[in-house]
Design a protein around this ligand. Structure first.
Ligand code: UD1
Length: 364
């Protein structure tokens, strides 16, 4: 089938590399694929380790955009993706999620009249100015095929778009979890784990601009984490580590800051944690699928179902000193919920089927 149309797939941040692992495998069974890593994330611990763990082949193209202000980074992705797309003219460009890599690649493609497929389409939070929300709305406005991870996301897209094909495929992140859970579960110990963390602990991650850009709120969250009844393991994104250092933020002794974990170690950490406390969209769902209570350090989430089902409790970071402990207590009181709000782990097959039908349409 290698002479069938070529599809390009763009990814560049940690969660996109994770999702690309299953998507690339499924797409390559049917089409030739140009895998493009934008290079938005480049630290080995944030990025390279995922290629190794998830068995992803080196990308066909690497745009090496690195970090920068949003405009700068998005513009670099757009320009470099456009040059590559103009050379290769794939039948479609597939973008994933809601990062600057998603927007840069999607805009580059549509401006060359290359149709766009958006995987993880239709998610909405109420904060219209959050960088990821801007990216979601922009990409959903220009894509021709929208693959929604849930029924609610599908409904949003049906209200917004009358001229696109919309399919509820389920969430590809669940496919990745299902595929790797046995390996994650069998991990014996964590190389970076502090020795005095026992059976009861909170696994935490913090990386979003809303928190890392607000040192006072970050200090409040760390103090509230330190006041919990059990120790906390905080796997810190490079930017979070930088803010902790530069703003002299006091880290309580029961909060153990460790470097970002690989995918398998992160899943193993969620599985063995008493509670997950995070601002990551990925961990909110992984906790939900694994049956581990979650507290999200945000005033809102685009993963509404996790909250409605009682698996996830929101804490606005500015209120953490009063509301974190009660939210953790509430989270711990509920351990059973329906786990199928985002499909059943077969999203990759559904995305491939949707793309196949869509490519055959006379007008796209
Ligand atoms: C990006 C996504 C976010 C996603 C997250 C996953 C956008 C707008 N945000 O956020 O939605 O949840 O990825 O992790 O695209 N840095 C490093 N090493 C790296 C990458 C980044 O040190 O490999 C530092 C740099 O100081 C950089 C900062 O982190 O400026 C922010 O990186 P960036 O890629 O802009 O956004 P993320 O916060 O990682």
């Amino acid at each position: 089938m290698q002479d069938s149309p070529t599809l390009s797939v763009f990814f560049g941040t940690r969660p996109q590399v994770v999702k690309a692992s299953r998507l690339l495998d499924a797409l390559r069974k049917r089409w030739s694929v140009l895998a493009v890593d934008t290079g938005q994330h480049y630290d080995y611990r944030l990025h390279g380790t995922l290629y190794d763990q998830l068995g992803i082949a080196p990308p066909d193209a690497f745009l090496e955009v690195g970090s920068g202000a949003h405009a700068e980074q998005t513009a670099a992705i757009l320009t470099r993706a456009a040059a590559l797309l103009a050379d290769h003219r794939p039948a479609a460009a597939i973008v994933i999620g809601d990062t600057n890599s998603t927007t840069g690649a999607a805009l580059a493609a549509v401006k060359l009249r290359i149709p766009v497929v958006h995987v993880e389409a239709g998610l909405r939070s109420t904060d219209a100015l959050m960088p990821e929300e801007i990216n979601r709305r922009l990409v959903d406005a220009v894509a021709g095929l929208l693959c929604a991870p849930s029924a609610a996301a599908f409904d949003v897209l049906q209200r917004e778009r009358t001229d696109a094909v919309i399919v509820n495929t389920g969430d590809i992140a669940r496919d990745v979890l299902v595929h790797n859970i046995a390996r994650a579960s069998s991990l014996a110990g964590h190389p970076d784990w502090p020795a005095d963390v026992g059976d009861r602990f909170a696994f935490s991650t913090i990386h979003r601009a809303e928190l890392t850009g607000n040192p006072a709120a970050l200090q409040g969250v760390l103090s509230a984490l330190g006041a919990l009844e059990f120790p906390v393991v905080l796997a810190a994104h490079p930017r979070t580590q930088q803010v902790l250092r530069e703003h002299d933020i006091r880290v309580p002794s029961s909060v153990h800051v460790v470097p970002p974990l690989g995918y398998l170690e992160a899943v193993a950490a969620v599985q063995s944690a008493t509670v997950v406390i995070t601002d990551s969209g990925g961990l909110q769902r992984e906790a939900y699928w694994l049956g581990i209570p979650c507290v999200t350090l945000r005033a809102e989430t685009e993963w509404h179902e996790t909250v409605a089902l009682g698996a996830n409790h929101l804490v606005a970071p500015e209120t953490a000193s009063e509301s974190l402990a009660p939210a953790v207590a509430a989270a711990l009181s509920n351990r059973g919920w329906d786990r199928d709000a985002y499909g059943n782990g077969h999203a990759a097959e559904r995305i491939v089927a949707a793309i196949g039908e869509w490519l055959e349409r006379p007008t796209r």
